[in-house]
Design a protein around this ligand. Sequence first.
Ligand SMILES: C[S@@+](CC[C@H](N)C(=O)[O-])C[C@H]1O[C@@H](n2cnc3c(N)ncnc32)[C@H](O)[C@@H]1O
Length: 274
Amino acid sequence: MPITTPDVRNYYERNTRLFLKFGSSSQVQTIHRALWVEGVNNLPAALEVSNRLALAQALALNANRVLDVGCGVGASLFSLLSQSPSSAGVGVTLSGLQARLARQNAQKFPALQADFVEADFAHLPLAPGYFDLAYSIEAFIHAPNPRQYFAQAARVLRPGGRLAVLDDFLTPGASSPWLAVYRAGWHAPNLLVPSTAAEMAGEFGFALLQESDQTPHLRLRALPEPFARLLLFLFRPLWRVHPLVPSMLGSMALQQALHAGCLTYRWLVWEKTA
Ligand SMILES: C[S@@+](CC[C@H](N)C(=O)[O-])C[C@H]1O[C@@H](n2cnc3c(N)ncnc32)[C@H](O)[C@@H]1O
Protein backbone atom coordinates (compact mmCIF):
# COMPACT_ATOMS: atom_id res chain seq x y z
CA MET A 1 0.00 0.00 0.00
CA PRO A 2 1.50 3.41 -0.91
CA ILE A 3 2.02 5.81 1.99
CA THR A 4 -0.19 8.87 1.57
CA THR A 5 -0.10 12.35 3.09
CA PRO A 6 -3.19 11.64 5.25
CA ASP A 7 -1.33 8.56 6.62
CA VAL A 8 1.59 10.79 7.59
CA ARG A 9 -0.76 13.35 9.19
CA ASN A 10 -2.49 10.65 11.22
CA TYR A 11 0.89 9.25 12.29
CA TYR A 12 1.90 12.62 13.77
CA GLU A 13 -1.51 13.45 15.18
CA ARG A 14 -1.47 10.22 17.17
CA ASN A 15 2.22 9.97 18.07
CA THR A 16 3.47 13.53 18.64
CA ARG A 17 2.83 13.65 22.40
CA LEU A 18 4.50 10.25 22.83
CA PHE A 19 7.48 11.28 20.70
CA LEU A 20 7.91 14.42 22.80
CA LYS A 21 7.62 12.51 26.06
CA PHE A 22 9.78 9.51 25.29
CA GLY A 23 11.84 10.35 22.19
CA SER A 24 13.03 13.87 22.95
CA SER A 25 14.12 15.95 25.92
CA SER A 26 11.71 18.10 27.93
CA GLN A 27 14.18 20.94 27.51
CA VAL A 28 14.53 20.84 23.70
CA GLN A 29 11.26 19.32 22.34
CA THR A 30 12.60 18.44 18.92
CA ILE A 31 11.39 15.34 17.08
CA HIS A 32 14.65 14.34 15.49
CA ARG A 33 17.76 12.35 16.19
CA ALA A 34 20.62 13.39 18.42
CA LEU A 35 24.01 14.06 16.83
CA TRP A 36 26.89 13.35 19.17
CA VAL A 37 29.55 15.54 17.61
CA GLU A 38 32.82 16.15 19.42
CA GLY A 39 32.38 18.10 22.64
CA VAL A 40 28.69 17.21 23.01
CA ASN A 41 28.01 15.08 26.08
CA ASN A 42 24.32 15.43 26.93
CA LEU A 43 21.06 14.79 25.08
CA PRO A 44 19.74 18.38 24.86
CA ALA A 45 23.05 19.50 23.34
CA ALA A 46 23.07 16.54 20.92
CA LEU A 47 19.52 17.37 19.79
CA GLU A 48 20.62 20.96 19.17
CA VAL A 49 23.33 19.96 16.69
CA SER A 50 21.03 19.74 13.67
CA ASN A 51 19.44 23.06 14.65
CA ARG A 52 22.93 24.53 14.54
CA LEU A 53 23.43 23.22 11.00
CA ALA A 54 20.35 25.21 9.94
CA LEU A 55 21.49 28.20 11.98
CA ALA A 56 24.84 28.25 10.17
CA GLN A 57 22.96 28.59 6.86
CA ALA A 58 20.80 31.42 8.22
CA LEU A 59 23.88 33.27 9.43
CA ALA A 60 25.75 32.68 6.15
CA LEU A 61 22.85 34.24 4.24
CA ASN A 62 22.16 36.92 6.85
CA ALA A 63 18.64 35.60 6.44
CA ASN A 64 15.67 37.78 7.29
CA ARG A 65 13.04 35.20 6.47
CA VAL A 66 13.39 31.54 7.31
CA LEU A 67 11.02 28.66 6.64
CA ASP A 68 11.05 25.41 8.63
CA VAL A 69 9.40 22.88 6.31
CA GLY A 70 8.03 20.15 8.61
CA CYS A 71 8.60 22.05 11.85
CA GLY A 72 7.30 19.68 14.53
CA VAL A 73 6.34 21.75 17.57
CA GLY A 74 8.68 24.59 16.57
CA ALA A 75 11.76 23.73 18.61
CA SER A 76 14.29 24.05 15.77
CA LEU A 77 12.81 27.34 14.63
CA PHE A 78 12.90 28.83 18.15
CA SER A 79 16.49 27.74 18.53
CA LEU A 80 17.49 29.28 15.19
CA LEU A 81 15.64 32.56 15.70
CA SER A 82 17.10 32.98 19.22
CA GLN A 83 20.58 32.94 17.72
CA SER A 84 19.89 34.83 14.50
CA PRO A 85 18.26 38.01 15.78
CA SER A 86 17.69 39.52 12.32
CA SER A 87 15.52 36.58 11.25
CA ALA A 88 11.78 36.03 11.36
CA GLY A 89 10.46 32.54 10.75
CA VAL A 90 7.52 30.49 9.63
CA GLY A 91 7.09 26.81 10.52
CA VAL A 92 4.89 24.53 8.45
CA THR A 93 3.58 21.24 9.74
CA LEU A 94 1.06 18.76 8.44
CA SER A 95 -0.24 18.14 11.94
CA GLY A 96 -2.85 20.43 13.47
CA LEU A 97 -1.82 19.24 16.91
CA GLN A 98 1.82 20.17 16.25
CA ALA A 99 0.81 23.60 14.93
CA ARG A 100 -1.23 24.25 18.09
CA LEU A 101 1.60 23.09 20.37
CA ALA A 102 4.08 25.21 18.40
CA ARG A 103 1.88 28.31 18.86
CA GLN A 104 1.61 27.57 22.58
CA ASN A 105 5.40 27.14 22.78
CA ALA A 106 5.86 30.46 20.94
CA GLN A 107 4.37 32.23 23.97
CA LYS A 108 7.55 31.30 25.87
CA PHE A 109 9.57 33.31 23.31
CA PRO A 110 7.73 36.64 23.03
CA ALA A 111 10.76 38.38 21.52
CA LEU A 112 10.90 36.00 18.53
CA GLN A 113 8.93 36.45 15.32
CA ALA A 114 7.69 32.92 14.69
CA ASP A 115 4.45 31.96 12.97
CA PHE A 116 3.12 28.47 12.46
CA VAL A 117 0.96 27.18 9.64
CA GLU A 118 -0.82 23.85 9.35
CA ALA A 119 -0.26 22.90 5.71
CA ASP A 120 1.09 20.29 3.33
CA PHE A 121 4.55 21.19 1.99
CA ALA A 122 3.37 19.99 -1.42
CA HIS A 123 0.96 22.98 -1.46
CA LEU A 124 2.53 25.76 0.58
CA PRO A 125 0.09 28.62 1.24
CA LEU A 126 2.98 31.11 1.22
CA ALA A 127 4.02 33.98 -1.05
CA PRO A 128 6.48 33.30 -3.89
CA GLY A 129 10.10 34.37 -3.53
CA TYR A 130 9.61 35.39 0.12
CA PHE A 131 12.18 33.31 2.01
CA ASP A 132 15.98 33.43 2.16
CA LEU A 133 16.30 29.97 3.69
CA ALA A 134 14.08 26.90 3.84
CA TYR A 135 15.15 23.80 5.74
CA SER A 136 13.71 20.41 6.65
CA ILE A 137 14.95 18.27 9.51
CA GLU A 138 13.63 14.71 9.09
CA ALA A 139 10.60 15.83 7.07
CA PHE A 140 11.72 15.38 3.43
CA ILE A 141 11.55 11.59 3.88
CA HIS A 142 7.75 11.90 4.30
CA ALA A 143 7.15 13.43 0.84
CA PRO A 144 5.15 10.98 -1.31
CA ASN A 145 6.17 13.16 -4.27
CA PRO A 146 9.62 14.74 -3.81
CA ARG A 147 9.26 16.76 -7.03
CA GLN A 148 6.31 18.61 -5.49
CA TYR A 149 8.42 19.27 -2.39
CA PHE A 150 11.26 20.76 -4.50
CA ALA A 151 8.81 22.70 -6.70
CA GLN A 152 7.24 24.36 -3.67
CA ALA A 153 10.59 25.08 -2.01
CA ALA A 154 11.79 26.67 -5.26
CA ARG A 155 8.61 28.74 -5.49
CA VAL A 156 8.85 30.26 -2.00
CA LEU A 157 12.61 30.93 -2.02
CA ARG A 158 14.17 34.03 -3.51
CA PRO A 159 16.90 33.61 -6.16
CA GLY A 160 20.14 32.98 -4.26
CA GLY A 161 18.17 31.54 -1.34
CA ARG A 162 19.02 28.13 0.05
CA LEU A 163 17.25 24.87 0.77
CA ALA A 164 18.76 22.51 3.36
CA VAL A 165 17.66 18.98 4.16
CA LEU A 166 18.76 16.61 6.92
CA ASP A 167 17.41 13.11 6.43
CA ASP A 168 17.99 9.46 5.67
CA PHE A 169 19.21 8.59 2.19
CA LEU A 170 19.64 5.27 0.48
CA THR A 171 23.11 3.92 -0.24
CA PRO A 172 23.40 3.21 -4.00
CA GLY A 173 22.78 -0.48 -4.70
CA ALA A 174 21.75 -1.21 -1.10
CA SER A 175 19.18 -3.85 -0.45
CA SER A 176 17.91 -5.10 2.90
CA PRO A 177 14.53 -6.34 4.13
CA TRP A 178 14.81 -3.69 6.86
CA LEU A 179 14.34 -0.90 4.33
CA ALA A 180 10.71 -1.88 3.70
CA VAL A 181 10.01 -2.08 7.44
CA TYR A 182 11.58 1.34 7.95
CA ARG A 183 9.56 2.88 5.07
CA ALA A 184 6.27 1.47 6.28
CA GLY A 185 6.90 1.95 10.00
CA TRP A 186 8.07 5.57 9.83
CA HIS A 187 5.74 6.50 6.95
CA ALA A 188 8.79 7.33 4.89
CA PRO A 189 7.99 6.88 1.19
CA ASN A 190 10.76 9.17 -0.03
CA LEU A 191 13.91 7.15 0.40
CA LEU A 192 16.26 8.36 -2.33
CA VAL A 193 19.89 7.99 -3.26
CA PRO A 194 21.48 11.45 -2.64
CA SER A 195 22.45 11.83 -6.30
CA THR A 196 18.82 11.23 -7.34
CA ALA A 197 17.65 13.87 -4.88
CA ALA A 198 20.26 16.27 -6.23
CA GLU A 199 19.19 15.57 -9.83
CA MET A 200 15.54 16.16 -8.97
CA ALA A 201 16.38 19.35 -7.11
CA GLY A 202 18.31 20.47 -10.20
CA GLU A 203 15.10 20.25 -12.24
CA PHE A 204 13.77 23.09 -10.07
CA GLY A 205 16.82 25.33 -10.32
CA PHE A 206 18.71 24.10 -7.25
CA ALA A 207 22.49 23.68 -7.35
CA LEU A 208 24.07 21.50 -4.68
CA LEU A 209 26.36 23.54 -2.39
CA GLN A 210 27.13 21.11 0.44
CA GLU A 211 26.71 17.47 1.28
CA SER A 212 27.90 15.87 4.49
CA ASP A 213 27.39 12.47 6.07
CA GLN A 214 26.15 12.85 9.63
CA THR A 215 25.83 9.08 10.22
CA PRO A 216 29.09 8.86 12.21
CA HIS A 217 27.54 11.25 14.78
CA LEU A 218 24.52 9.01 15.47
CA ARG A 219 24.69 6.56 18.35
CA LEU A 220 23.52 3.41 16.60
CA ARG A 221 21.73 0.76 18.63
CA ALA A 222 21.55 -2.11 16.14
CA LEU A 223 20.49 -5.48 17.56
CA PRO A 224 21.89 -8.91 16.68
CA GLU A 225 20.05 -9.85 13.46
CA PRO A 226 18.24 -12.95 14.79
CA PHE A 227 16.95 -11.00 17.80
CA ALA A 228 15.74 -8.12 15.60
CA ARG A 229 13.94 -10.59 13.33
CA LEU A 230 12.34 -12.26 16.34
CA LEU A 231 11.04 -8.88 17.62
CA LEU A 232 9.62 -8.11 14.17
CA PHE A 233 7.91 -11.49 14.06
CA LEU A 234 6.42 -11.01 17.55
CA PHE A 235 5.25 -7.41 17.17
CA ARG A 236 4.15 -7.32 13.52
CA PRO A 237 0.68 -8.69 14.36
CA LEU A 238 0.17 -5.58 16.57
CA TRP A 239 1.01 -3.21 13.67
CA ARG A 240 -2.52 -1.78 13.45
CA VAL A 241 -3.23 -1.61 17.19
CA HIS A 242 -1.59 1.83 17.56
CA PRO A 243 0.72 3.84 15.22
CA LEU A 244 3.39 3.68 17.92
CA VAL A 245 3.93 -0.01 17.07
CA PRO A 246 4.96 0.64 13.43
CA SER A 247 7.01 3.59 14.64
CA MET A 248 8.97 1.41 17.08
CA LEU A 249 9.48 -1.36 14.52
CA GLY A 250 10.47 1.33 11.99
CA SER A 251 13.04 2.67 14.48
CA MET A 252 14.51 -0.79 14.94
CA ALA A 253 14.63 -1.31 11.16
CA LEU A 254 16.30 2.07 10.74
CA GLN A 255 19.03 1.15 13.21
CA GLN A 256 19.61 -2.18 11.46
CA ALA A 257 19.76 -0.51 8.03
CA LEU A 258 22.07 2.30 9.17
CA HIS A 259 24.34 -0.20 10.88
CA ALA A 260 24.44 -2.34 7.70
CA GLY A 261 25.38 0.74 5.66
CA CYS A 262 22.17 0.59 3.56
CA LEU A 263 21.19 4.09 4.73
CA THR A 264 23.09 7.23 5.61
CA TYR A 265 21.93 10.31 7.51
CA ARG A 266 22.85 13.29 5.37
CA TRP A 267 22.86 17.05 5.33
CA LEU A 268 22.35 18.54 1.87
CA VAL A 269 22.30 22.24 1.04
CA TRP A 270 21.22 23.71 -2.29
CA GLU A 271 21.23 27.23 -3.70
CA LYS A 272 18.33 28.39 -5.80
CA THR A 273 20.09 29.63 -8.88
CA ALA A 274 17.27 30.48 -11.26
C1 LIG B 1 10.24 13.76 12.40
S1 LIG B 1 9.22 15.16 12.48
C2 LIG B 1 10.48 16.43 12.53
C3 LIG B 1 9.97 17.70 13.15
C4 LIG B 1 10.97 18.81 13.26
N1 LIG B 1 11.61 19.09 11.99
C5 LIG B 1 12.01 18.52 14.30
O1 LIG B 1 13.16 18.29 13.91
O2 LIG B 1 11.69 18.53 15.49
C6 LIG B 1 8.59 15.31 10.81
C7 LIG B 1 7.83 16.57 10.54
O3 LIG B 1 7.51 16.61 9.15
C8 LIG B 1 6.21 17.11 9.03
N2 LIG B 1 5.65 16.70 7.72
C9 LIG B 1 5.63 15.48 7.17
N3 LIG B 1 5.01 15.52 5.97
C10 LIG B 1 4.64 16.80 5.77
C11 LIG B 1 3.95 17.48 4.74
N4 LIG B 1 3.51 16.84 3.66
N5 LIG B 1 3.74 18.81 4.87
C12 LIG B 1 4.17 19.47 5.97
N6 LIG B 1 4.83 18.88 6.99
C13 LIG B 1 5.06 17.57 6.89
C14 LIG B 1 5.45 16.52 10.19
O4 LIG B 1 4.24 17.21 10.42
C15 LIG B 1 6.50 16.70 11.29
O5 LIG B 1 6.40 17.98 11.81
